[in-house]
Design a protein. Structure first.
Length: 493
């Protein structure tokens, strides 16, 4: 075989053309197409729109990924300057707060040392143009970087327990498992019209009792054999009274008119079942009874139906009242008022009202009616520090979380404690039989109870727990690449 070289060139060097010129040409081309040309978008909005509509590269070529779905609207998706106000400068908080102006802080800025938050930005946690796209952080480090050891955060006089995980599976591996749940419960002091209410945080592990002044046995109403109702035997279900609100999260208030009156009527005279006393103020109830029996008395005495004015005049003649005009006959005044008080005693102390209400007696003469009904106040949101969506749990039976069938008194707090949730949910790591749930699955970072975030920024007292969280996040790439994405995936619709 001959060692003679072929007469064609095998390399760029053999052509005697310099590699440097090719490199410079490519460098200038890339610089022009992907830096200088897109920079024309910064000249004016018209120039930016023209470039984005042309085949030439625009400032879209600088994007590292798509916007997250909540931000994928024309005002943002087609106008980078809405967020990126200044060229080659990171997005500032004011850009975020121009839309999210109702964002609340994470904790009480007047109590705790929030100088630890200085130097951070909204985008430290809410990262855009990232894949997989998720504008809300889901990993537990968002919370556990501070809450695993509250003594090191600078928090003052906090009763919050340390927590770094959720679920039985993580409990054996962590130092600060999730504590027992607490509820925010209304607590009353005093009686009847002088009663005052305050909110108190109590642990479910302490078996608290609610004093709402309501008399209501759940077990009687949930009897599987049914209850006696006006229309016959009826087997009740939880959702006969407890109906979710429009968002499917909380329960609408249970009211007499909407939920009770179909069975618990307010009839006071069996001879006239269509007549009922009003539900509410005892003075109005007694006045209704006096009017009803006064009308009956006048009708029997006059031999005809009395006029409304005659009834009003007659009622005003009760002892201690002023007389506007005398009735036509000399009447036995004790009869209608005696009857009204007799019936009032029956419904307040024995039957209608006493069935559901705490009744007290006030003989001071301050009120028209001596019977006083202790006001009912039922806690509307037991766990305001957390978020729970009843709609997402609609496939589960109510009894899995609320033992209504075993409750004999309205004072029983039928809220589920930690073991109930842990029977279905685990921490952020995947589990073959349970739903992965990170901290933010149940807890909001921006608490609705706290001050406005913009106010904290403008006062100069804002930021850094987030910066430290972000730093921890970036240093734990392996954690993000495995655990965090495993949590995000099941949460996608």
């Amino acid at each position: 075989m001959s060692d003679q070289k072929p007469d064609y060139k095998l390399s760029l060097e053999d052509t005697r053309l310099s590699k440097r010129w090719v490199s410079w040409i490519l460098f200038v081309a890339i610089l022009t197409l992907f830096l200088i040309v897109p920079m024309a978008s910064l000249v004016s909005d018209d120039a930016a729109d023209a470039l984005r509509g042309s085949p030439l590269p625009s400032d879209n070529s600088w994007s590292s990924g798509h916007l997250s779905k909540p931000h994928r609207i024309p005002e943002l998706n087609q106008n980078c300057q809405v967020c990126h106000v200044n060229a080659f400068e990171v997005v500032q908080d004011n850009s975020c707060l121009s839309c999210h102006d109702d964002t609340n802080h994470h904790f009480d800025t007047s109590m705790h040392d929030i100088t630890k938050l200085d130097g951070s930005r909204c985008a430290s946690c809410h990262i855009e143009h990232d894949e997989p796209s998720s504008i809300v952080r889901q990993d537990d480090k968002l919370c556990s970087s501070c809450h695993a050891d509250m003594d090191k955060t600078g928090a003052v006089s906090t009763e919050l327990a340390d927590v770094d995980s959720f679920g039985n599976e993580q409990r054996r591996k962590r130092n600060a498992p999730h504590p027992s749940f607490k509820v925010s419960m209304l607590v009353s002091e005093g009686k009847a019209d002088a009663m005052t209410w305050s909110m108190r945080r109590v642990a479910l592990a302490d078996k608290p009792l609610e004093k709402s002044n309501l008399i209501f046995p759940h077990n009687v109403h949930l009897d599987p054999e049914g209850i006696d109702a006006p229309e016959g035997n009826q087997v009740m279900q939880c959702n006969d009274c407890h109906v979710t609100d429009g968002a499917g999260q909380l329960m609408r208030p249970v009211t007499m008119e909407n939920n009770c009156r179909s069975c618990h009527t307010l009839v006071f005279d069996p001879d006239e079942p269509q007549r009922e006393v009003p539900h509410g103020d005892p003075d109005t109830v007694l006045l209704t009874l006096e009017e009803y029996y006064s009308r009956q008395f006048l009708r029997d005495s006059l031999g005809r139906n009395p006029t409304p004015q005659e009834v009003r005049d007659f009622i005003l003649r009760r002892p201690g009242g002023t007389v506007a005009r005398r009735a036509e006959q000399a009447l036995n005044l004790a009869s209608p008022w005696g009857k009204a008080n007799s019936v009032g005693k029956e419904i307040f102390e024995k039957t209608t009202c006493k069935t559901c209400h705490e009744i007290s007696i006030d003989d001071s003469g301050k009120y028209l009616s001596k019977w006083r009904v202790d006001p009912i106040r039922i806690t509307k949101k037991w766990m305001p520090k957390s978020e729970f969506d009843h709609y997402k749990h609609r496939a589960s039976d109510c009894s899995l979380c609320h033992d209504g069938a075993g409750s004999e008194q309205a004072s029983d707090v039928l809220m589920p404690d930690l073991p109930v949730c842990e029977s279905c949910h685990t921490g952020e790591r995947t589990h073959e039989n349970k739903t992965p749930s990170s901290c933010v699955s149940c807890h909001q970072f921006h608490s609705p109870e706290q001050n406005d975030w913009r106010q904290a920024l403008e006062s100069g007292s804002a930021r850094k727990i987030i910066e430290q969280i972000s730093l921890d996040w970036q240093q734990d790439d392996h954690h993000l690449a495995t655990d965090s994405r495993a949590v995000i995936a099941p949460l996608k619709p």
